[in-house]
Design a protein around this ligand. Structure first.
Ligand SMILES: Nc1ncnc2c1ncn2[C@@H]1O[C@H](COP(=O)(O)OP(=O)(O)OP(=O)(O)O)[C@@H](O)[C@H]1O
Ligand SMILES: [Mg+2]
Length: 397
């Protein structure tokens, strides 16, 4: 079985010797180069299976080396890992955008992490072309959340239902995507502060780079929520840069990476959101009992009908985000011609309190009615997804 060859481009001789030894003990053939230029020459000559490049090189910058490796036919298919002392999200993003498969921050324990990533990218004794094809995994189902009017609680319910689903089905890999323009809010509710990692950054990746490996670093996991979040645009100016034409590729990659992808569309029923709403297995329409919201919800439901979003995929949820009285449930159902599948009671200031403390409602206020209702919504959703064939429209339809 041919040995897999790794080229280590590292200017610190002691670090290079240590890492080379580590990789050799793990069964890889290792060569080293002390600088960027020598590294490039050695890479183009020896055509290794992987290059590990330290970002801090004395001659060429590590990122420049990676870009040159990616730009040359002799090395553009090999794996590349960047090792760097810089841990800011924008540095990680720059590394990924330069073309690295992985970006590892040099810190205690990084050698173990490196070995793990090397093994994942370069399984020993398996030659790429002969590798057994991965068993086909079904693509993630999309679950959309939208409303006809702002402030109805769409974002709060999207992440809180996702959290309970994650809790009920721990084996499922779950992502939540914020597509509310011009400013997302899920990162605030979930407590993720990564100003450079969001949906707009995802659409900055060229479609050929829009692979699960490149997209993963843009998502952040919060254990208490149980899902990975792809935050929305941090401000309206960044939102302007959203490359709408690349969203399809972003979703295609996400659907390979997860079992379930929740999306908050807010009240943006538009040409941006419609293709993804049409391919959703479930579409939660959040409404509230005041007359204006009911009238607007009626218009949205009619429009979804016209767009061939089948009724059995819609879930109408009545959320009393505001403690005002309005139409009764039967009056609403009559007016909308649609059954309400769940009613979320008004929680007073508790919902906002949980949001402001970045905590799931089910954890913070476990003894209240809302967590119980959310659990029913989540269990029904999981059951319906199990039973329902994936008949959603393809994204480009
Ligand atoms: N059932 C509820 N009881 C009490 N407060 C609620 C309830 N649902 C939501 N809220 C509160 O209502 C406010 C609006 O919620 P949220 O931001 O989720 O709405 P939205 O529809 O996403 O709004 P936007 O149009 O701004 O995106 C928040 O302060 C939230 O905490
Ligand atoms: Mg919102």
């Amino acid at each position: 079985m041919p040995e897999r060859h790794i080229l280590l481009i590292e200017s610190d001789a002691a670090a290079a010797a240590y890492l080379a030894n580590l990789l050799r003990q793990a069964g890889y053939a290792v060569s080293t180069a002390p600088g960027g230029k020598e590294g490039l020459i050695e890479a183009w000559r020896g055509r290794p299976d992987m290059m590990i490049v330290t970002a801090e090189l004395p001659d060429l910058g590590g990122l420049e080396v990676v870009r040159k490796l990616r730009g040359d036919a002799r090395t553009n298919k090999a794996k590349v890992i960047i090792l760097s002392t810089r841990s800011y999200p924008q540095d990680i993003l720059a590394g990924v955008q330069a073309g690295a498969d992985e970006y590892i921050v040099k810190r205690p324990g990084a050698d173990g992490e490196l070995l793990e990533r090397v093994r994942a990218l370069l399984p020993r004794g398996v030659v790429e072309p002969a590798a057994a094809p991965e068993p086909a995994r079904p693509l993630a189902r999309l679950v959309s959340f939208l409303s006809a009017k702002g402030g109805t609680g769409t974002s709060s319910l999207c992440v809180n239902v996702a959290q309970v689903v994650a809790q009920q089905a721990p084996a499922k890999r779950l992502a939540v995507v914020d597509l509310v323009l011009p400013v997302g809010s899920l990162h605030y509710i979930v407590g993720v502060d990564t100003p450079d990692r969001h949906i707009v950054a995802a659409t900055r990746l060229e479609p050929r780079h829009l692979t699960p490996e490149r997209l993963q670093p843009l998502l952040t996991r919060r254990e208490e929520w149980g899902f990975d979040l792809l935050p929305g645009a941090p401000d309206p100016e960044v939102a302007q840069e959203l490359r709408v034409e690349r969203l399809e590729a972003v979703f295609a990659a996400l659907r390979q990476m997860y079992d379930l992808v929740f999306v908050d569309f807010g009240r943006a029923l538009s040409r941006v959101s419609l293709p993804f709403i049409r391919q959703s297995a479930k579409v939660f329409v959040i409404t509230s009992p005041d007359a204006a919201t009911v009238a607007l919800t009626k218009a949205v439901l009619n429009y979804l009908d016209l767009q061939d979003v089948r009724r059995h995929r819609l879930q109408l949820v009545l959320n009393r985000a505001v403690g005002l009285e309005g139409l009764s449930r039967p009056e609403m159902e009559r007016e909308l011609g649609f059954a309400i599948s769940a009613l979320i009671p008004h929680m007073g200031s508790h919902f906002s309190l949980a949001n402001n403390q970045h905590q799931p409602v089910s954890r913070k206020f476990a003894s209240e009615t809302v967590p119980f209702t959310l659990q029913n919504v989540a269990l029904t959703l999981l059951e319906q997804l199990n039973q329902q064939a994936d008949d959603a429209a393809p994204v480009s339809a």
